[in-house]
Design a protein around this ligand. Structure first.
Ligand code: SF4
Length: 363
């Protein structure tokens, strides 16, 4: 048995399910914040295994999906600058901006390269001193430390042709905005696992304290998610909401101090624009002025020549806020597919629409 298989043990899953079914009496909406959880829940058919009065809802935890069209348009404008090499993780390449996408720009001659790590982007910069290599930083607290590390490395090497367009977002502020809006009444939240490995489980204390909502941090294997739901059900039934962790092999209460220090060294909080939600103060990470030499926002005069727009008919904004499901979208499966994505939620490997497309039963 390998390490991962231990968290897919069907006998243990059955026991957890029996516990959940026996204990759970109260109908509850439980939102999984993270797109990785949405995919795991669909992949292992967990929704169908839970009692029908426990409803799992997909939240805003897909960084590509929540990136606003205007920010994607900035990326497109940068890709059009002569001598610029755009480097980014693969998910972004096919995401439609207002008028095009990076893969179409690449087909038209733009230099757009997929990388698996920021170290690859640094290598491209070292090997192409005559080019300006821009890494598009889209992600939550999970990946932002690696981008901070790349900026620190570039500064240490005095690598003058590397910069980052920071479109990073941090997760607690958007959670507060969604809970304050109250569009969907939640009784439980499955807190993101990888984000919590960086910021710590304690970062979610405001959920039980301010909103009286049960919550627990989950990993991404089926037993992690079932254990997390089990903890949330126990809290709901006992009327004692708190923060618990069903992912203790990766998440500590205080998070990862080294990664947090790196984040704080390179970035400072800023407002960020979320698709379907709008601007949220303090929910972004901008590069500190000490590292302005690596800030693509400062190095390039990025101007948009046309107004940004959302894809016609696309409900990604509502899907991100859990007020609609992908199946509510008229374009789902008929027009919008992974091969021909209309909105970002169909492109990203963590997108709700892609998860529904690949794993939900066709009605
Ligand atoms: Fe947008 Fe496509 Fe999802 Fe509809 S199915 S919400 S068009 S991504």
């Amino acid at each position: 048995m390998n390490f991962t298989q231990g968290f897919r043990d069907s006998a243990l899953a059955q026991k957890l399910l029996e516990n959940i079914r026996r204990k759970s009496k109260t109908p509850a909406n439980i939102m999984e914040f993270c797109g990785g959880h949405t995919v795991a829940i669909f992949r292992y058919g967990l929704r169908e295994l839970l009692p029908p009065h426990l409803k799992l809802l997909s939240g805003p935890g897909c960084p590509v999906c929540v990136t606003a069209s205007a920010d994607l348009d900035k990326v497109m404008a940068l890709a059009a600058v002569p001598g610029v090499v755009i480097t980014t993780f693969g998910d972004l390449i096919k995401v439609p901006a207002s008028y095009s996408s990076l893969d179409r720009a690449r087909a038209a001659g733009a230099d757009v390269r997929t990388v698996y790590s920021t170290l690859d982007a640094l290598d491209i910069a070292r090997q192409n001193p005559d080019k300006k290599v821009v890494f598009v930083g889209i992600g939550f607290e999970t990946t932002a430390p690696t981008i901070a590390a790349a900026i620190l490395q570039a500064a240490a090497e005095k690598l003058s042709n590397f910069s980052v367009l920071s479109l990073h977002k941090v997760t607690p502020p958007v959670t507060k905005v969604l809970l304050d809006a109250g569009e969907v009444k939640l009784q439980g939240i499955i807190c993101p696992g990888h984000v919590s490995a960086i910021i710590g489980a304690d970062a979610w204390e405001f959920i039980p304290e301010r909103y009286g909502i049960a919550c627990a941090v989950s990993g991404f294997e089926p037993l992690d998610v079932l254990q997390c739901v089990n903890l949330i059900v126990e809290q709901i039934e006992a009327g004692t909401p708190k923060v618990e962790t069903a992912y203790s092999r990766a998440v500590k209460a205080e998070g990862n101090p080294i990664a947090l220090k790196m984040l704080d060294t390179v970035f400072e909080p800023s407002a960020a624009n979320w698709r379907g939600i709008g601007e949220i103060p303090g929910s972004g990470l901008k590069i500190r002025s000490e590292y302005a030499a690596y800030d693509a926002d400062k190095l390039f005069d990025i101007k948009l020549d046309k107004p940004s727009r959302e894809p016609a008919g696309c409900l990604c904004g509502e899907v991100i806020r859990a007020v609609k499901t992908p199946e509510d979208c008229k374009l789902f499966r008929k027009v919008c597919t992974p091969e021909n994505p209309v909105g970002p939620c169909m492109v990203s490997s963590e997108g709700s629409c892609a998860a529904y497309y690949h794993f939900a039963e066709v009605i």
